[in-house]
Design a binder for this molecule. Structure first.
Ligand SMILES: NCCOCCOCCNC(=O)c1ccc(S(N)(=O)=O)cc1
Ligand SMILES: [Zn+2]
Length: 263
């Protein structure tokens, strides 16, 4: 897939989470993947993605030892996505990020083998068909995750409210209340996306995700990326391990086509 990955990546310290062989026996639709732009196929039947989030459904920020999650009240259809490649509407449950120790890598997906310094994942589940998130996680059409690349540039004012709260969740298993946040502010202005059938990129790695990867990155500044890097994988009192490089290695495309919503 990306044979020519930067050789510095070969010496990446692997966090226990990613120690190979972290592969799913018989896995045919694993994530993340490299998106080879020229191999993606324009699908004119793909609809625009419809996003309607209610900022009041925001609950808290939680350091779960892999990333930091902003979790939402998903007991009703107040924050949902619809359209795009989806046959049902999907409920927002949480969003989180993956990032690197340095700006040369950090995203999970790559575009033409290029890494971004970070990647945002907005996780939604099919509450039309499945009674609980836990059940949806086990089904091929159970989840829809929107991926947004972060690139180094101007300070992102919407992200800053989140960055200001991070010191309070420095250690694993810390939570703070975060009661109004509209994740729409993290969406790029361009509607274009790629979509493919994939999986969770952390355990249980189930092949239940319709991935919707936005073509246009959002810009964040160095201080905001550094704020991510001061979080810890470790609990208070343990020997500190900085939360960095929490991205899974690229997985084989196998018998999949990446579709684009744009020509
Ligand atoms: N852990 C025992 C119970 O498991 C029930 C299901 O839990 C699933 C927990 N994981 C996730 O929700 C989860 C969600 C999104 C992504 S990702 N990085 O693919 O967007 C990875 C993981
Ligand atoms: Zn993720």
């Amino acid at each position: 897939y990306c044979a020519l990955k930067p050789d510095s990546l070969h010496h990446l310290p692997v966090h226990p989470l990613w120690q190979s062989p972290l592969t799913i026996p018989g896995g045919t639709r694993q994530s993340p993947i490299n998106i080879q732009w020229r191999d993606s196929v324009y699908d004119p039947f793909l609809k625009p993605l419809k996003i309607s989030y209610d900022p009041a459904t925001c609950l808290h920020i939680w350091n779960n030892g892999y990333s930091f999650l902003v979790e939402f009240d998903d007991s009703t259809d107040r924050s949902i996505i619809d359209g795009g490649p989806l046959e049902n509407q999907y409920r927002l449950k949480q969003f989180h990020f993956h990032w690197g120790a340095i700006n040369d890598w950090g995203s999970e997906h790559t575009v033409d083998c290029k890494f971004y310094p970070a990647e945002l994942h907005l996780v939604h589940w099919n509450a039309v068909v499945y009674p609980t998130f836990e059940e949806a996680v086990m089904e091929g059409d159970g989840l829809a995750v929107i991926g947004v690349f972060l690139k180094l540039g101007a300070r992102h004012e919407g992200l800053q409210t989140l960055v200001d709260a991070l010191p309070a969740v420095k250690h694993k298993d810390t939570v703070i209340e975060f009661d109004v946040f509209d994740p729409s502010c993290l969406m790029p202005s361009c509607p274009d996306y790629w979509t493919y059938a994939g999986s969770l990129t952390t355990p249980p790695l189930t092949e239940s995700v319709t991935w919707i990867i936005k073509k246009q990155p959002i810009e964040v500044d160095e201080d905001q990326l550094e704020a991510f890097r001061m979080l810890l994988f470790t609990s208070d009192g343990e020997e500190e391990k900085r939360m960095v490089d929490n991205f899974r290695p690229l997985q084989p495309l196998m018998n999949r086509t990446v579709r684009s919503s744009f020509q």
